[in-house]
Design a protein around this ligand. Structure first.
Ligand code: NZQ
Ligand code: ZN
Length: 386
């Protein structure tokens, strides 16, 4: 296991009615920028509830609405300008990963003299941020408890992740009931995303990280158990609660620190989103089994076999056979049980014209990789995903 620092300063209020803790925002000042997406929080009544608690706390609320799925830099710039012009004290995101990510970079850009895009391209420039709060409405990215934000400039086909300790939220409210209204499509995509985060941490050649590996297997089992229940019974509290808490732990460092982290599937998916603006979790579901099949060999088989045995209860003693079965189980879960799109054509990508450029931009992700991908590998994975 590598040396690591594990520090999650985010205070979590988990469960029904925990939104009342929004009154604590007054400890950080009096002016809040409320950041939200396309309107789901207004339809669900969450907007009114949150406004009520902020009014009770005597806070003045400014609004940045319309944050896009795959949030755009132009929206971040709008938010940062408001923060600077109005002397905003803190940022509150109510929504999913896109809204929280946008709020994080707004909070950092509010403390930065140059353009917000500088921060997205170079995390070292993120040295300070306004306090960030979140109320999570979809279980997927783990942005509510991590240091990362992913922002796009779709005019330039760019989508990049940036990260800094100061972008870890100060407090996040996780009320599973707020995810009851999440659609089937987004519930499935969110489940694929949290599973992918777990895989990206789990498939590592670093020896001796048993705590991380066994915890990761436990998280995967929870996601595989409760994803289909949430899909078919959207107001099942236990299903929504377990998915919500599992998603936070898949990426908050618990199973990632101390092991190798090159996140190849995410690097490739971010290129797909940058060029085609697809739903992140759907792209990951399509790429994951293809990646597994592409890199399966004598060296990687023991890892995929362990995944199969510990997560899917596969009993084959032969590693290659157990691996093949594990990959089949993964495919069946994503494409049959969860109804996710099974190939790129199903999300509207029918040509390979940008694959070379995407592969060039993905390269560089090979440091500490489970299986270093060359340009030809990335192109082959993309072509097989069509
Ligand atoms: O915009 P609204 O109207 O709120 O609707 C959203 C949006 O259309 C809707 N939604 C959210 N909560 C809902 C709801 N609809 C009904 N009821 C609710 N309770 O769902 C749609 C998708 O929302 P979005 O925030 O885009 O989803 P998600 O949480 O999956 O976030 C995806 C973004 O996060 C990035 C992805 O790349 C993508 O840009 N990621 C962020 C990471 C991080 N910060 O660590 C890591 C991830 O790997 C990922 O890359
Ligand atoms: Zn993800």
């Amino acid at each position: 296991m590598y040396n690591f620092k594990f520090h999650v300063p985010t205070k979590i209020y988990f469960g029904k009615g925990q939104i009342s803790h929004l009154t604590e925002l007054k400890e950080c000042g009096s002016k809040v920028l409320l950041v939200y997406g396309g309107g789901s929080i207004k339809r669900s009544g969450l907007y009114d509830t949150a406004m009520g608690y902020m009014k009770e706390a005597g806070l003045t609320v400014y609004e940045l609405s319309g944050v896009e799925p795959n949030p755009k830099i132009a929206t971040v710039r709008r938010g940062a300008e408001m923060c600077k012009a109005e002397g905003i004290d803190m940022v509150l995101a109510i929504g999913g990963g896109s809204t929280i990510d946008c709020a994080k970079v707004v909070a950092a850009a509010a403390k930065h003299d140059g353009d917000a895009w500088d921060l997205v391209l170079d995390s070292r420039k993120i040295t300070a941020a306004l306090p960030i709060f979140s109320v999570l409405t979809i279980s997927a990215t783990g942005s509510e408890m991590d240091d990362t934000a992913v922002i796009s400039d779709l005019d330039k086909n760019e989508k990049w992740a940036c990260a800094a300790p100061c972008m870890k939220p100060t407090m996040s409210v996780l009320d599973p009931e707020y995810t009851y209204t999440v659609s089937r499509k987004q519930t499935a995509a969110g489940t694929a995303d949290m599973m992918s985060h777990t895989f990206e941490n789990y498939f590592s050649t670093v020896e001796g990280a048993d705590v991380q590996k066994r915890l990761a297997e436990g998280l995967l089992k929870v996601m595989i158990k409760y994803g289909p229940i949430a899909l078919n019974d959207p107001t099942n509290y236990d299903a929504r609660a377990n998915l919500m808490w599992a998603a936070s732990h898949a990426i908050n460092g618990l199973v990632g620190e101390g092991v190798s982290m090159s996140w190849p599937i995410h690097m490739i998916e971010h290129e797909l989103s940058a060029f085609y603006d697809i739903t992140h979790g759907e792209g990951l579901a399509i790429l994951t089994p293809v990646w597994m099949e592409h890199i399966l060999n004598e060296k990687t088989a023991p890892y995929f076999a362990t995944y199969g045995r510990n997560v899917w209860d596969i009993r084959d003693e032969d590693d290659m056979e157990a691996s093949r079965k594990a990959i089949e189980c993964t495919k069946k879960f994503f494409f049959e049980t969860m109804g996710l799109p099974a190939n790129l054509r199903a999300v509207g990508i029918t040509e390979d014209i940008h694959f070379e450029e995407m592969a060039d931009k993905t390269l560089g992700a090979g440091k500490r990789a489970f299986y270093p991908l060359m340009k030809e590998d990335i192109i082959a994975i993309l072509k097989k995903s069509l």
